[in-house]
Design a protein around this ligand. Structure first.
Ligand SMILES: Nc1nc2c(ncn2[C@@H]2O[C@H](COP(=O)(O)OP(=O)(O)OP(=O)(O)O)[C@@H](O)[C@H]2O)c(=O)[nH]1
Ligand SMILES: [Mg+2]
Length: 256
């Protein structure tokens, strides 16, 4: 497959926010400094802590920053679906995911974008490749993330070390190929689902090591529900793949 090198890509950075008043200003500044040509779309789900007011003040002065206000918490996956749908409609070439809690260092954005420009369909900022690191997590949190990733990779046959990472760049073309309409998951499952769908469409996935830092301010929105959702979805897709493979084998045997 011949891949077009993107020389002057139109980039949309989507930043989902839910109660990030202490973090969002610094994160927006750092994103704008790292990728001065990119547009930044903040998707806020009903924060009442002043997050929206901070973003509105930034957007008033900076036409490359925009805020979408939604009235209730609909999950990270839903926020990205909305952001990516808008980005595709606006003709963006690259769609970027980044958390608003300083866990992802915007200074890494040029490296991630460069990999996408040079041929990768999906670039994952990865904690689990050599050079990647996690700072500030408890042992139990580390175990959950590590084993969750191993389970997803094994069950779905993904040759990816960090399928739950939320620091990524997609070529819009690959997202359009698999389509966002059917994407269901909302938490970590969203990251796995996007990876799984992209790989099934033949996406070239590249992982670049990142340093991930536990948030210094605000509260994590990670919950038992999000973990259970991800595990249930992964298991469901794996079983479906198994059944499809069996059906195909039977059809092949019957036909021969
Ligand atoms: N718009 C929107 N943003 C959300 C929602 N849930 C979380 N976020 C944002 O998504 C990003 C990641 O959320 P975190 O709470 O840090 O969750 P996490 O990174 O999965 O969990 P930790 O690893 O504990 O930090 C942050 O920028 C949140 O503000 C949601 O329902 N809607
Ligand atoms: Mg976080």
């Amino acid at each position: 497959m011949i891949t077009e090198v993107l020389t002057n890509p139109r980039i949309l950075v989507v930043v989902p926010t839910y109660f990030e008043v202490d973090n969002i200003d610094g994160v927006l500044r750092a994103i704008r400094a790292a990728l001065p040509s990119a547009h930044v779309l903040v998707i806020d789900d009903g924060s009442t802590d002043g997050t929206r007011e901070v973003v509105m003040a930034v957007a008033d002065k900076d036409s490359q920053v925009e805020l979408v206000c939604r009235d209730r918490k609909a999950g990270l996956g839903d926020a990205y679906r909305e952001g990516f749908t808008r980005g595709i409609a606006d003709g963006m070439d690259l769609l970027v995911e980044i958390d608003a809690d300083h866990s992802h260092d915007p200074a890494m954005l040029p490296a991630l974008v460069s990999a996408a420009c040079h041929g990768a369909d999906v670039v994952i900022g990865s904690r689990y490749v050599p050079g990647g690191r996690i700072i500030g997590w408890s042992r139990s949190r580390l175990r959950l993330s590590r084993w969750g990733n191993r389970y997803a990779a094994l069950a779905l046959g993904l040759a990816v070390n960090d399928a739950t990472s939320g620091f990524r760049v997609y070529r819009s073309s690959i997202v359009q190929t698999f389509g966002l309409e059917g994407v269901r998951a909302s938490g970590y499952g969203f990251q796995v689902e996007m990876t799984y769908r992209a790989i099934r469409c033949g996406a070239r996935v590249v992982e670049i090591p990142i340093e991930f830092r536990e948030r210094a301010s605000g509260e994590s929105k990670m919950s038992r529900r999000i973990v259970v959702e991800a595990m249930a979805l992964v298991t469901g897709w794996a079983l479906r793949d198994l059944m499809t493979a069996r059906r195909r084998r039977r059809m092949y045997i019957d036909a021969s």
